[in-house]
Design a protein around this ligand. Structure first.
Ligand code: 6PG
Length: 269
């Protein structure tokens, strides 16, 4: 697995007016990629994140024009991370996606692969999800050719958020999961929450065809500058670990999150 540092030139950064605009453009991005991959390969695989910007995007996707035009039956939903709670818990990323999007569009139940984070042993939950991913992507690989990294799922799209501390998925600063290169999913103890999370590892995210961060808010501005323009310090800013090897990296940010960037980026009004 790569230890290559983030090259700012590899990331495309698009800046929008506000969080609502980011959510709308992210919804369009999802819809466009879903069309493209369903036409090209008959299906679209996406890993979702938790967080506030995705929540707004999911709500938009559940409404016109997306609800009636996105090829929902051919989309397979996974998660980048999950809190160790039951699926009906208020903190569950699965519950958030279910309530805002999945229960409102015609996605077959068998296309939804949530992380079984309610299991009492977080490691067992991580291993169970790794098994689910390996089983699903092995079946896909046999019908659509070989993936670049053997044994690592290759999502068509991984959506990510970023916390003000630079974390992404549940890859938090200073945690053990940051160094894992031989597993596709791990449990990660996060001291500041005194709780475990389940998360895809950086090599899994980096094996995706498309990785898209959606970030909004002034509290993200310093971390966004450090991640994109600062020295490579992934122990402090884990989002720097994300640099897809054979895929595209897109950051969709609002003006307040992008306020401290000094290098050129695409401004979309
Ligand atoms: C989670 C996440 C996490 C999230 C960021 C940003 O479960 O909490 O998946 O990585 O994306 O914390 O969240 P906001 O968009 O709410 O700031």
């Amino acid at each position: 697995m790569s230890t290559k540092r983030l090259n700012r030139a590899e990331a495309q950064v698009r800046v929008y007016r506000d969080a609502q605009e980011v959510a709308l453009k992210a919804a369009r991005h999802f819809a466009r990629l879903a069309d493209q991959y369903v036409v090209g390969s008959g299906r679209f695989t996406v890993a979702l994140s938790g967080g506030s910007t995705p929540r707004a995007m999911f709500s938009l996707l559940a409404e016109a024009p997306f609800a009636d035009t996105v090829p929902w039956e051919a989309i397979y939903f996974f998660w980048g991370d999950e809190r160790c709670v039951p699926p009906d818990h208020a903190d569950s990323n699965y519950r958030m996606a279910q309530e805002t999007l999945l229960s409102r569009v015609p996605v077959p139940a068998e296309n939804i692969f949530r992380i079984p984070a309610e299991l009492p042993d977080p490691q067992a939950a991580a291993e169970a999800y790794a098994g689910t991913l390996l089983g699903f992507f092995a079946r896909q690989a046999s019908s659509s050719g070989t993936a670049p990294l053997a044994g690592v799922p290759r999502f068509d799209l991984v959506f990510l958020g970023m916390g003000p501390d630079g974390h992404t998925a549940s890859l938090f600063p200073g945690t053990t999961a940051l160094k894992v290169t031989d597993k596709i999913v791990v449990e990660n103890y996060v001291e500041k929450f005194k709780a475990h999370r389940i998360t895809l590892t950086a090599p899994t995210i980096n094996n995706a065809r498309n990785v898209t961060f959606v970030v909004a808010g002034t509290d993200k501005a310093e971390a966004l500058r450090e991640v994109l323009e600062g020295d490579y310090k992934p122990e402090l800013y884990p989002s720097q670990l994300i640099h897809p090897e054979h895929g595209s990296l897109l950051w969709m940010a609002d003006e307040s999150a992008a306020a401290q960037l000094t290098q050129p980026h695409d401004v979309e009004k």
